[in-house]
Write a protein that binds this ligand. Structure first.
Ligand code: HEM
Length: 240
């Protein structure tokens, strides 16, 4: 096994470990952080089922973003939709045979890499040209977009312009999945694509990308508006 394969095998497992540990500890932190005050954003649901429906609307349709900014909503929604399709299409690298549930999505070509890249570009430009967003943007806001664009561009290059050997990519990925390391494909563009994905995994738990899990714990969205019907008492106050 070459030194590069050895390095990337170790790098991948370390990146996955950092991602899983970081993601789960942050979710644990969100779940165990007390929310002693009733602060649902009104008009808010008055039944728990309504709060669940509200979260579903946020996660499925980015509802509050829709009402606050249609352009950012369109770009953000398109990006997340494309990301989901891209990830489902990637399932074929991780399973010996593509899961039946994903067959339909692998049967048509919709230039999904471009549909993922263009909204990222737009979001990047909007941050620069709109004064209000420029003012509140920090370097990491731009760098995350650059990282995602880098992944999309190298993916597109690998797929349409400098075709990589998909068979050796699959062997390499399956080797990682089954913990019997296989040679890293000798394709620089693929190696950059893969490296950027690993960097994304490592950075994910420390970044605002944690909104992917954090949205479920947002008190302004998940609380029921019932302070007039129920006395809301936190566990520690009830004990005292
Ligand atoms: C271990 C993880 C990954 C591996 C091994 C991998 C590998 C590949 C390969 C081999 C291609 C070319 C596809 C083809 O020829 O059909 C590709 C395309 C692409 N990848 Fe990845 N990738 C990984 C993760 C990701 C992630 C996490 C993203 C997004 C954040 C991503 C975004 C893309 C995009 C946008 C394309 C081009 C569009 C398309 O599939 O139509 N990749 N990737």
């Amino acid at each position: 096994m070459s030194g590069l394969t050895l390095f990337y095998t170790a790098f991948t497992y370390i990146a996955i470990a950092i991602f899983l540990y970081g993601f789960l500890t942050r979710i644990w932190k969100y779940a165990t952080t007390p929310s002693p005050l009733k602060i649902p954003l009104t008009p808010a649901p008055v039944q728990p089922a309504g709060a669940v429906y509200r979260i579903i609307q946020e996660v499925g349709f980015f509802k509050s973003l829709f009402y606050s900014n249609r352009i950012i909503w369109l770009a953000g929604y398109l990006f997340h939709l494309a990301l989901a399709i891209v990830l489902i299409k990637h399932a074929r690298f991780f399973f010996a045979s593509t899961p039946v549930a994903f067959h339909w999505i692998t049967t048509f070509e919709i230039w999904i890499g471009f549909i993922m890249l263009l909204p990222l570009l737009l979001l990047f430009l909007l941050r620069l040209v709109i004064d209000r967003t420029y003012y509140i943007s920090i370097m990491m806001d731009y760098l995350i977009l650059v990282l995602l664009m880098g992944i999309a561009v190298t993916g597109i290059l690998t797929k349409y312009f400098v075709r990589t050997d998909i068979v050796s990519v699959k062997q390499f990925v399956m080797g990682l999945v089954q913990v019997r390391p296989e040679a890293l494909p000798a394709d620089p563009i693929f190696i950059i694509h893969f490296t950027l994905v690993m960097l994304l995994l490592i950075y994910f738990p420390f970044s605002k990308l944690m909104h992917a899990g954090g949205i479920f714990f947002s008190p302004t969205r998940n609380q029921v508006d019932d302070p007039r019907e129920l006395r809301h008492e936190t566990a520690w106050a009830a004990k005292g």
